[in-house]
Design a protein around this ligand. Structure first.
Ligand SMILES: Nc1ncnc2c1ncn2[C@@H]1O[C@H](COP(=O)(O)OP(=O)(O)OP(=O)(O)O)[C@@H](O)[C@H]1O
Ligand SMILES: [Mg+2]
Length: 195
């Protein structure tokens, strides 16, 4: 099948695409619908994990697994190939541990307010790009869970203006926010995540 990639999406290599579980899928629209159902199940699973530590490698991987386990055989496993975005794949576990440690420190010492901790965490997590696919959606849900754990509402990621702004425009704003954060400016992404 041919995959259609929106701007800012990371292409799968053929080995990864071979890990597609549903056999009946032949179009991107079918795949999107299938993924959405799987992600909704992951979302429901996440809502039940009230007692679990979120900032833990096991949780990060389990969440990806729950979101994509009916879609990709490698759901919940770190990528083992190079991508044009993300850290060298051999560094994923180390960089993730640093991020989890730093974020726990930020919470314990209230280095930033809760939303900013969650959004900075999101930015760093997609930057690591731990998985072959699904990093954007997984890292947004991780940030949502973290924000809620810190007593905040779930983040909205542009959904509040979705009726007047096209999906393409929202995507542009999101990617622009990530790029600004790459340069050390977090405000744009922070505003977007609450818009
Ligand atoms: N220039 C960039 N800088 C930082 N992060 C980026 C950039 N471009 C893309 N990303 C991140 O990578 C994600 C795409 O990676 P991937 O395809 O693994 O995730 P996804 O969940 O399938 O994507 P999507 O968010 O489109 O559903 C984007 O959602 C975004 O979070
Ligand atoms: Mg993708």
């Amino acid at each position: 099948m041919n995959f259609f990639y929106p701007p800012g999406a990371t292409p799968l290599d053929p080995d990864e695409a071979a890990g597609l579980i549903p056999k009946h899928i032949s179009t991107q629209a079918d795949l999107n619908a299938w993924e959405q159902l799987n992600i909704a199940q992951g979302d429901q699973w996440a809502a039940r994990q009230t007692q679990r530590e979120l900032l833990d490698e096991g949780f990060v991987r389990d969440l990806h697994k729950q979101m994509f386990d009916k879609t990709w055989r490698w759901a919940g496993s770190f990528r083992n190939s190079h991508k044009n975005i993300g850290v060298d794949w051999t560094q994923i576990a180390v960089k993730l541990r640093d991020l989890l440690d730093n974020t726990r420190y930020q919470i314990a010492h209230q280095v930033f307010h809760a939303d900013e901790i969650a959004v900075r965490f999101h930015h760093q997590l997609v930057w690591i790009h731990a998985f072959a696919n699904g990093n954007g959606r997984h890292a947004r849900l991780m940030a949502d869970l973290l924000a809620m754990r810190l007593g905040r509402d779930r983040l909205s990621w542009g959904a509040g203006s979705a009726s007047i702004t096209s999906a393409g425009k929202l995507r542009e704003q999101y990617i622009a926010g990530l790029r600004a954060a790459d340069q050390g400016r977090i405000t744009e992404l922070l505003v977007f995540a609450r818009s």
